[in-house]
Design a protein around this ligand. Structure first.
Ligand code: LMR
Length: 352
């Protein structure tokens, strides 16, 4: 994976990918993979079940499909990635167990959800900690990030790459939220993360953990007032039609670790591991671009739909929110260690 990070250098990627793919294709034709997958029975193929909880047209859904198609093509169908979207197989709270038990081989949960296994990963949930995706990637591949990834590996999980979904926005049914105190008294759905819980409590609001596939109904039946999510998750679920107000707060990051069961991975032939990792690195480059394009496109849709009132935070307001949420940072640092907070870009840059 570290290698995949180096591939972020576009020039290097432009040279490496075609070369590696040519080699891989060469391998296919020189007999490493059977030539025609139609001839193979299910038992003769390698089947990878890849489960996720969002729609097909989201950055994660589209990337999972592209990955499956490319792997199939590059192995002449010898490796088949079966993608199950929309919580069809497993929902939040189930998919990590399913991966660990080998019921599915790949998932791509939000990093917040992996804090169930390595709670320190809640560092990514700290509000206003990052300004752009690049900063998150730098953090993940920094020494502290590598240390936390190694902890996931000890739990039987290999991380193949990081997929992006951008920054979360706040929606609610009650009032425009411009200042931190505007959120007071409201009930929000959150992903399972103590940091997210503290974030809302610090604003005087309530936070309740629910699976992603429950959010539409919860809002429809007014069991909660609001939620925080990326524009692609909001628009793909039509949540903006159920809410009256959205704040373009970009207050928290939502990305995914694309992970595979370590034991399953270790059992794969080396050349299959290579196709999977190379293809994943290539799809990841494409996915990062796609996530940003889709979020920009969805913002235009939201601004044009006249179905929801849009509030924006300027830099000064973002700083006020950040100051107000300082106790969440203190909570995290005391519970999990100052080193994870000190390595965040805004503190690290201040030290340098
Ligand atoms: C959520 O639960 O809101 C998100 O993690 C869903 C997803 O996978 O993007």
């Amino acid at each position: 994976m570290l290698q995949s990070w180096l591939n972020r250098c576009k020039h290097l990627l432009a040279i490496c990918v075609p070369v590696v793919l040519t080699l891989m294709l060469g391998a296919c034709h020189s007999g490493h993979y059977p030539q025609d997958h139609e001839q193979l029975s299910e038992d003769e193929r390698i089947v990878i079940r890849f489960s996720h909880v969002v729609g097909e047209e989201t950055p994660k859904g589209l990337a999972a499909r592209r990955f499956a198609e490319l792997v199939k093509q590059r192995t002449s169908g010898y490796v088949e990635v079966q993608v199950f979207s929309n919580s069809y197989l497993y929902k939040d709270g189930e998919e990590i167990d399913a991966l660990l038990q080998g019921d599915v081989q790949m998932i791509a949960p939000a990093i917040s959800k992996l804090s169930e296994l390595v709670p320190e990963w809640q560092v990514i949930d700290l509000p206003f900690a990052f300004n752009e995706t690049e900063e998150v990637l730098d953090y993940v591949f920094s020494p502290v990030g590598q240390e936390l990834l190694a902890r996931l590996e000890k739990k039987g999980i290999k991380t193949l790459d990081v997929w992006d979904n951008g920054f979360k926005q706040l929606t609610n049914s009650q009032r425009p939220i411009q200042k931190p105190e505007d959120a007071a008294g409201l009930r929000f759905r959150i992903m399972p993360s103590e940091v997210l819980d503290r974030q809302f409590r610090q604003l005087g609001a309530q936070a309740e953990v629910y699976a992603f596939n429950e959010v539409f109904q919860l809002l429809e039946h007014e069991q909660i007032d609001g939620q925080e999510n990326t524009l692609s998750n909001i628009v793909s679920r039509n949540l903006h039609y159920l809410q009256n107000y959205i704040t373009i707060s970009n207050h928290g990051y939502l990305g995914y670790f694309v992970i595979i069961n370590q034991e399953f991975w270790d059992g794969l032939p080396e050349e299959v591991q290579e196709v999977i990792q190379t293809t994943m690195d290539e799809v990841t480059e494409w996915q990062l671009q796609l996530a940003q394009e889709l979020n920009a496109q969805h913002l235009e849709e939201i601004e044009a739909c006249q179905c929801i009132h849009v509030t924006y935070l300027d830099e000064e307001e973002r700083e006020q929110w950040f100051q107000r949420l300082q106790p969440v940072y203190q909570f995290y640092a005391e519970k999990y260690g100052h080193q994870y907070v000190d390595s965040l870009p805004r503190f690290k840059d201040a030290d340098e």
